[in-house]
Write a protein of this length. Structure first.
Length: 338
C-alpha cells in the first residue's frame, strides 16, 4: 500500500444535496419508463435457478440519506443478492480488522479480468487483488469473525440485515442450486489456501459465501443499503449505526474501482459513481452524502451487469447531478484573476 502520509488528518466532507422531492420522484419514474422497452442482454443461466427469472421485471428505487423513498416499477420484488453481498461483507470485515489489515490481505486493485478468473490469482502470486472478484470475496468471507461457520453465517446475516433495515432471509432454492454448481469457486478457494490466503477449511468458506449470495433482497433493500453507505454508516431508515464513516469511505473506493468487474472503468467513466452489480439482475449505486440507488432487471450484458439497470442509473446520475467528477465554473472567466 502507498504511504499517503495523512495520519491524524481529519477527513473533510463536501457532498451537496439532491434536487427537490418532486423532481427526484419524477426522475425515478422517468428512469424506468425511458428504458422499459430495452430487451438487450440475457438472463444468467449458469446457475440453473437464475435462468427461471422473469426477464420483464424492472424496478428502480432511490433512498435519500434522510430516509426519503422514491420507487418505480418492481422495486419490491425479491431476488438473490449475489455478488452485491461482497460490498457489505467487506464493510463488516473492515469494521472488525481495520483499513490496513484488510487491504493487505485482500487488496484493492482491479484485475482487468473476469470475476471468477483463476488466471488473475496465478498472475499475482496468489493475491486475490480486490474483494469484488470471487477470489477476493472468498478471502474476505473467510475473515468474518466467528469460531465456526455457523457463527460466521449468523454475523453475515445479521450484518447485511442491519444494512437493509430488516431481517434478510436465505433463499434455499437458490442456495441449493448454487451449491450444486459452484465447482469453480471451490477450485479458487483451494488455490487461495495453497497460497496462505485462506486459513479456514476452504470448502466451508465456499459454502458460507454461497449462502451470503443467496440472501433475498429487493431494489428497495439495495437502495437502503446503499444509502447507509452514503450516510457514513448510519441506516437512514432505522437510525442504527452499522459501520463507521471510515469503513464507508473505504468500501465506496473499492466499489468505484472494481464494482462492475472488467467493465468498472467504463462504468466510472459513464456514470461517475461507486456501484456493484449481481448476476441475478440487481444493481447498487451510491451517491456519497446524497442517496443510494437500487435497480433490478434480470437481463445482463456479457460481463454480468444488468443492462436496464445501468441505463436507468446513468440517467439518474445525469439528471440528479450525482456524478462525482462533474463540475461547473463558479465564476465567469472575466471575473477571475489574470
Amino acid at each position: 500500500m502507498m504511504d499517503s502520509n495523512v495520519e491524524g488528518i481529519e477527513q473533510s466532507v463536501s457532498t451537496g444535496t439532491l434536487p427537490g422531492w418532486e423532481q427526484v420522484d419524477a426522475r425515478v419514474i422517468a428512469s424506468l419508463e425511458r428504458n422499459r422497452a430495452c430487451t438487450d442482454g440475457a438472463v444468467a443461466d449458469y446457475i440453473p435457478v437464475l435462468a427461471q427469472a422473469d426477464p420483464e421485471l424492472f424496478g428502480v428505487c432511490v433512498v435519500e440519506v434522510d430516509g426519503g423513498l422514491h420507487v418505480a416499477g418492481d422495486s419490491e420484488v425479491e431476488f438473490s443478492i449475489q455478488s452485491i453481498s461482497k460490498a457489505f461483507v467487506y464493510a463488516l470485515v473492515c469494521e472488525e480488522y481495520g483499513h490496513a489489515a484488510v487491504a493487505d490481505m485482500v487488496g484493492v486493485n482491479n484485475t482487468g479480468l473476469a470475476f471468477n478468473s483463476v488466471i488473475a490469482i496465478e498472475l499475482n502470486e496468489g493475491h486475490p487483488m480486490n474483494p469484488m472478484v470471487n477470489a477476493g470475496a472468498l478471502a474476505t468471507t473467510a475473515l468474518m469473525p466467528g469460531a465456526a461457520p455457523d457463527e460466521q453465517w449468523a454475523a453475515i446475516q445479521a450484518g447485511l440485515s442491519a444494512f437493509a433495515g430488516r431481517d434478510l432471509v436465505l433463499d434455499e432454492e437458490v442456495y441449493q442450486s448454487e451449491a450444486a454448481t459452484n465447482t469453480r469457486n471451490r477450485a479458487i478457494a483451494r488455490l487461495l489456501e495453497s497460497y496462505g490466503r485462506i486459513n479456514r477449511d476452504p470448502l466451508e468458506v465456499v459454502d458460507l459465501y454461497t449462502k451470503q449470495c443467496s440472501l433475498l433482497v429487493s431494489a428497495r433493500d439495495l437502495a437502503i443499503m446503499g444509502a447507509t453507505l452514503a450516510d457514513g454508516g448510519v441506516n437512514p431508515v432505522t437510525g442504527e449505526r452499522v459501520v463507521s464513516a471510515d469503513v464507508c469511505r473505504d468500501t465506496l473506493a473499492i466499489l468505484a474501482a472494481n464494482g462492475l468487474y472488467e467493465r468498472s472503468g467504463e462504468w466510472l467513466f459513464e456514470i461517475g459513481l461507486p456501484g456493484k452489480s449481481g448476476v441475478s439482475g440487481g444493481l447498487l449505486t451510491i451517491s456519497p452524502g446524497k442517496a443510494g440507488i437500487g435497480t433490478f432487471s434480470p437481463r445482463l450484458d456479457p460481463a454480468g451487469n444488468s443492462v436496464r439497470g445501468q441505463q436507468a442509473t446513468a440517467y439518474l446520475s445525469r439528471v440528479l447531478g450525482l456524478n462525482i467528477f462533474a463540475s461547473q465554473a463558479v465564476a465567469s472567466s472575466q471575473n477571475r484573476g489574470s
